[in-house]
Design a protein around this ligand. Structure first.
Ligand code: 6R9
Length: 653
């Protein structure tokens, strides 16, 4: 991988909230005196009852517990809304940019958002929802999604947001797992000009076994499409909410009372309900949002993630609103109506901080520079990425083309389980290296271990663990605490295991190499799939690549590469040879793909993660062809048809 260093730009550093010396000081304190450090961090929130102790955690299996600010009380909605009213009640909290570029954006002030959240909190109470009840939210990227989350938080109901792209089966499973009492949805969603039948999907889901706990479905009128309403279960959101008082006395929550559940897939089994609690989660979301994005008054901050993913929870809703920022919420997709949309939106609203995923960057890079250059992007001062390792090629393009070389890039490593960012540059403090998430934030203690759990020192490569807790850490798997302990704390006793492989260089920079189950062992050499992919993508003909291991007679595992070519490039035998030679040259002979299949598209989850499990199965198939049943559930893919074309290609080979 690239070892090119980008220093902190002098003008950025001069204006930054936080510089290198601040980082060293805070990091040292967080290790030397964690109680003092974390107690100070908690002071950024408003507590209705102050805590007397910040940290009370132990990873030892005999005495396992994770508690933060435990005797304190607060309410997340009060922290995101009421607290700001006196000083910035008329400041815009949420800018909403609709899917259709010709439709009107909405600007909602803190005062307006507070009033609407209070109304919904009153409505939920009148519908019998009480503290501890679960509420499923299945909404498009519209302000009502934030309103729904904050109204739940206000009355102490635990929200479970289900991404608007999930199927009726997935919704039903998630409702059944946590026995939701109420569902909040919309008539339809809109993405890239296409209507998504949300209400119809909920109707379908509620016919499935295990969903009888649902008493009420609130339906937001969004596109205005006619949808059948089943009385008395289904109620129009406006009809129930508009008549409610716009003040509400928030329910005080213990710091360790649950705030939300978010389902996430593991390597095996059904999705886990990752449980986050109130105090620690909000402290961490707010602290990291301000620190990593160098938040300043007047910033227009845009995180493109959907609220159906953890990034949307922490960095569209809770972090920015707890900090009194202006958060842009975008309903659409990067390529609609054209691949210049992101930059058109940046110009339209004067976006200063922009946070997206490498997959989006690669997709836009494939379209060339013209759609970017068409828009000014003058307001941008900081760029971020999250979700997967970013290949240096895409990093450099993001930096040079999108950021015109002036905007630092924060490559933020974290997980649904971690609640917020753990490893990332701090833009005014940390020189960056393309492809590296750089160094741990204050309060975070990463380490590398070998397969036996022995700690590795200095420059090394191994499995990424965390030696101690931080406030944003998940507290449990909903309904299955043992699964939480077994999944994360049994592999390496006394440590939290991330499931990621990682390299640390001589400067102490961390380079995430991908999930450990994505590491290929070629002739006894460990090979990161990300590394091979990065090399492939660095070739001018390649738009995107995914690499998996496949059984190999001599090497044990061989390297199987799926390659998507840039628009206008034709596949050929000569190009195939050229790409293999290119990887051999970039990394070395052991990295040369043994097989290379052209892929018109890659199977991705709707959050943009490549489903390597499916690619591995296709790559593993013997002469009898691909066994479709071995591919598992492909219905949650962004485009399930991609799988058919890959299987056809594979069988024809
Ligand atoms: C926030 C989020 C978590 C997994 C994580 C890792 C990968 C996330 C990354 C990254 C390299 C980054 N990941 N950020 N890998 N560099 N900056 O994405 O949560 O959906 O739970 O995924 O994503 O493999 O373990 P989640």
């Amino acid at each position: 991988m690239s070892d090119r260093i980008h220093p902190v730009p002098a003008d950025f550093e001069a204006a930054a909230n936080y510089r290198a010396a601040d980082y060293e000081r805070d990091y040292d304190e967080s290790v030397r005196d964690p109680e003092a450090f974390f107690a100070r961090l908690g002071q950024r929130l408003l507590w209705s009852r102050p805590y007397t102790r910040a940290k009370d955690t132990s990873y030892r299996l005999e005495d396992f517990h994770i508690r933060w600010y435990a005797d304190g009380q607060l309410n997340a909605s009060v922290n995101c809304l009421d607290r700001h009213l006196a000083e910035r009640g008329d400041q815009v909290a949420i800018i909403w940019e609709p899917d259709d570029p010709n439709a009107e954006p909405r600007r909602i002030t803190y005062r307006q958002l507070h009033a609407r959240v209070c109304q919904l909190a009153n409505a939920l109470t009148s519908l019998g929802v009480v503290k501890g009840d679960r509420v499923t939210i299945y909404l498009p990227m519209i302000p009502e999604a934030a309103v729904a989350m904050l109204a739940c938080a206000r009355i102490g109901a635990i929200h479970s947001v289900v991404f608007g792209g999930f199927s009726p089966d997935s919704i039903a499973n998630r409702i059944a797992d946590c026995s939701s009492k109420l569902v909040i949805t919309a008539d339809e969603g809109l993405r890239g000009g296409k209507a998504i039948p949300l209400k119809a999907n909920v109707d379908e889901a509620l016919k499935k076994p295990g969903t009888h706990s649902v008493e009420t479905v609130l339906v937001v009128r969004h596109t205005g499409a006619g949808v059948p309403m089943q009385m008395p279960r289904d109620r129009w959101f406006d009809a129930v909410v508009d008549s409610q008082p716009d003040t509400h006395e928030a329910v005080p929550m213990d710091a360790e009372d649950p705030l939300f559940i978010l389902y996430t897939s593991g390597s095996t089994g059904k999705p886990k309900g990752v449980l986050h609690t109130t105090g620690g989660y909000l402290v961490w979301a707010a602290y990291t949002h301000e620190l990593v994005f160098d938040l300043k008054p007047g910033d227009i901050y845009w995180c493109t993630a959907d609220v159906g993913w953890v990034t949307g929870h922490s960095y569209v809703v809770y972090g920015p609103l707890a900090n009194g920022a202006t958060s842009l919420m975008f309903e659409g997709v990067p390529t609609y109506p054209d691949p210049g949309r992101f930059w058109q939106v940046c110009d339209r609203h004067g976006v200063t901080v922009f946070y997206t995923a490498p997959t989006a960057i690669r997709a836009l890079m494939r379209e060339g520079e013209a759609p970017v250059r068409k828009h000014s992007r003058r307001s941008l001062r900081l760029l971020g990425t999250v979700g997967e390792p970013i290949n240096p090629e895409a990093w450099e393009w993001y930096h040079r083309v999108v950021g015109e070389g002036r905007c630092p890039i924060v490559d933020t490593w974290w997980q649904t389980e971690t609640g917020g960012i753990l490893i990332s540059p701090i833009p005014g403090a940390t020189p960056t290296k393309p492809g590296s998430a750089t160094r741990p934030l204050p309060g975070v203690r990463p380490a590398l271990v070998d397969a036996e759990g022995r700690l590795l020192e200095g420059a090394a490569e191994g499995n990424l663990v965390l030696l101690d807790s931080w406030p944003g850490q998940m507290r449990s798997v909903f309904g299955d605490h043992q699964r939480f302990i077994d999944t994360y704390f049994k592999t390496y006793p006394g440590m939290y295991f991330t499931g990621d492989g990682c390299r640390r260089d001589a400067d102490g920079y961390y380079w995430i190499t991908g999930r450990v189950d994505d590491v290929i062992n070629v002739s006894g050499h460990r090979m990161g799939t990300a590394e091979v992919e990065s090399a492939l993508v660095a070739h001018p003909a390649v738009a995107e690549a995914a690499v998996v291991g496949a059984p190999h007679d001599i090497k044990g595992q061989g390297i199987y590469a799926y390659v998507t070519l840039k628009a206008g490039v034709e596949p050929s035998e000569a190009l195939r040879k050229e790409l293999v030679a290119h990887v051999r040259k970039e990394i070395g002979p052991i990295a040369a793909p043994d097989w290379l299949q052209w892929a018109p598209g890659l199977p991705k989850t709707r959050s943009g993660k490549i489903m390597r499990r499916i690619l591995r199965k296709i790559a593993e198939a013997g002469p009898e062809g691909v066994d479709r049943s071995s591919l598992g559930d492909t219905s949650t893919l962004a485009d399930p048809a991609v799988v058919d074309s890959l299987v056809r290609e594979r069988q024809a080979r």
